[in-house]
Design a protein around this ligand. Sequence first.
Ligand SMILES: [Zn+2]
Length: 422
Amino acid sequence: MRRYALLVALLCTAVLTAFGQHKLRPDAFPPRVSGKTVFVKSGDVATSAEQMAGWNKYPSYGLYVEMMRQWESNFPSLCRIDTIGTSINGRLLLSAELTANPTDTSLPEFFYSSSIHGDELTGYVMLLRLIDTLLLGYGSNSQYTQLLRTTRICINPLANPDGTYAAGDDDISLAMRFNADYCDLNRNFPNPFVAAKEALQPENEAMIAYVSRHRFRLSANLHDGSEVMNYPWDSFTSAQLSHPDATWWQAVCKRFVDTARRYYAQQFIDVCDDGYIAGGDWYVITGGRQDYMNYYHHCLELTMEISAVKTPAASQLPNYWYRLQHALVNYIAEVHSLPTSAVPPAPSVAASSRFAYPNPAISMFTLSAPLAMGSWLCTLDGRKVRFFPQGAQTIDVAELPAGVYLLSDGNGQALKLQVLKP
Ligand SMILES: [Zn+2]
């Protein structure tokens, strides 16, 4: 008995040591520790629009596709359904493009995507209902009308249909995290620092082509299993490298959390009291879509963990909508007040730009960085390469060997600089 108690104590110590001050992340894999998995009942899946009318069901795959097509035909001036690609098993990856001004190419582009982990399905239904709500509210709800007139809003409710419908098109009882190749798609995106362990999966290849066709400036990837707003970076702790717009992220996350808590005070409390955290401070991952979007596309993307239960009983879905709908809509509006660093980069970066990591597709450039104080250019492992005295400096990256550098201004602020060679 005593030996048993000692074993328990040792295990507890190991767990506490391994996970530090933050609570376990049920979304993490491994370990997979969610104690709140709810086994969906067969009646939780709707196969017809009538069954879906109360938004208290998960749609079958066929109904999902039908709903998307129906919105396009019911609202032809507001909604266009784009095919991002197809999954391994041939299911469609769809995106609803919503705007009242489809020909205006100057509109800022926003992107919501959910359920890249196929068993995290709250966000799937939230985004479907969001599409419906925005379209039905156009012309009567002033906020929705204004958003649709001034924004191109793209919504991909289901990024991993093979994982969700692993048991069949009308069945989510075996919904799984992975795609049909048993790959975790949110560990499979290109990462500038760590080589991928597995080949790029077809779902992600299609997603990369899709986001490359757009100029998304703000986006979110919805997950479940915890409740927390997880802002970049995921690849680093904030002590290693904070996002250039960390302060802005914290303000945006706080607005989201505060809005949700107005409707349910217990929302976003299971990881930290604030309800938001820099991803790497929770735990570091590489290959996630969030860092890929921020790094390669200059799109401000964060990871929204919106429900502690990955697949709640379908009857609970209206409650989640009640809590989250206003925060989800307001987050779209944030695309109109982005920090200055989120301005799309030009092939030759202007002196005032804070961006120091170009999209490789745009090719190499010369960075002119006005520096507030003396700065060191360092390699990622901390070796100092060159000192720049205070004042405006031109850094010709063509003189530097290819690689990734940090430009640290001695104030704890670091810009990341990637030097590419043809
Ligand atoms: Zn997830």
